[in-house]
Design a protein around this ligand. Structure first.
Ligand SMILES: [Zn+2]
Length: 298
């Protein structure tokens, strides 16, 4: 079993990428895997529509991995200790030093058991975790069979997307709308860690706009850069659409994961007419500043 970890700010295309990969017979997407211990299970709605405690895929997977409530509680406790920027900085951003950390090992062992059970149940070789978080990208990169993809989307578009209203079918409410400073900080933090990780291990940097313009070659190039050899096996129906993969049990993430139709790749542009006058002024200013700090990759 190999792991493909997708990092990036919210609203940068991670759900799109995991859905495209899941359409292939090589990949199984689990969504934002870390919600498994971050959220109460009766509040998690799988992309198949089931609540986690009733999920026909996840319940046998967790049982076969030997994971119950005590292990889930321990994962939450350990994550709060090890998947922290401060802890990673204290290890000098060294993957070797993190590998030698017994708490990192203890945090990873049950996850490996679950991810291996996922691969077995799905009959696929590569599990896609699109948790997105930057510290988690570092911790998961310590695994031997781990591959990293980082999604970069222009911060103006990301912040504007956060500021627009979006309904979350999984939670049954509108998605949270963070303020400009919080959205900017989220973008900056994950970008900073991804660029630091790229100095320690291969990280395939993917530009969201390029991906949307020409998805098949950009994704193929990204997988090769992440160290995944061979054809991705994504069954493209035409240059910008793919028939969605079956048995999709993605935990959390963008509401698009509930779509059942073909996956259509199209860049979502900002509808400035729906933004407030203040946002029309401040979002591009914040975005320009961040974009200058961490410019478009490639
Ligand atoms: Zn499910």
């Amino acid at each position: 079993m190999d792991l493909l970890y997708i990092s990036g700010s919210g609203r940068s295309g991670s759900t799109l990428v995991e859905r495209l990969l899941h359409a292939s017979q090589r990949f199984v997407a689990v969504g934002e895997f870390h919600v498994l211990w971050r959220l109460p299970h009766d509040q998690i709605t799988c992309s198949c529509g089931a609540r986690l405690p009733d999920d026909p895929f996840w319940q046998p997977v967790l049982a076969s991995a030997g994971i119950g409530a005590p292990e889930i509680a321990e994962l939450a406790r350990l994550e709060a200790r090890v998947a922290r920027t401060g802890r990673i900085a204290a290890a000098g951003f060294s993957l070797d030093r993190l590998r030698d950390d017994p708490e990192v090992t203890a945090f990873l062992a049950p996850q490996l058991a679950i991810l291996a059970a996922v691969a077995r149940a799905a009959g696929r070789d590569i599990v896609v975790d699109s948790s997105k978080a930057g510290p988690r990208a570092f911790v998961m990169a310590t695994l031997a069979a781990s591959h990293s993809v980082h999604l970069w989307r222009h911060p103006t578009a990301v912040i504007a997307s956060w500021r627009s209203k979006k309904f979350d079918q999984g939670l049954g409410t509108l998605m949270a709308r963070p303020g400009i400073p919080a959205a900017a900080a989220d973008w900056w933090k994950v970008e900073q860690l991804a660029r630091r990780l790229a100095r320690e291990a291969p990280v395939a940097m993917v530009d969201y706009d390029r991906l949307c313009a020409d998805p098949a070659p950009v994704l193929a190039q990204a997988l090769a850069a992440a160290g995944i050899a061979g054809d991705a096996g994504i069954p493209w129906a035409d240059s910008h659409s793919v028939v969605a993969g079956a048995h999709y049990h993605s935990l959390n993430g963008n509401p698009d994961r509930f779509d059942r139709g073909p996956i259509r790749v199209a860049a979502r542009s900002v509808d400035w007419s729906k933004q407030s006058a203040a946002d029309r002024l401040l979002v591009p200013a914040a975005g320009a500043l961040l974009g200058a700090l961490y410019p478009r990759p490639g």
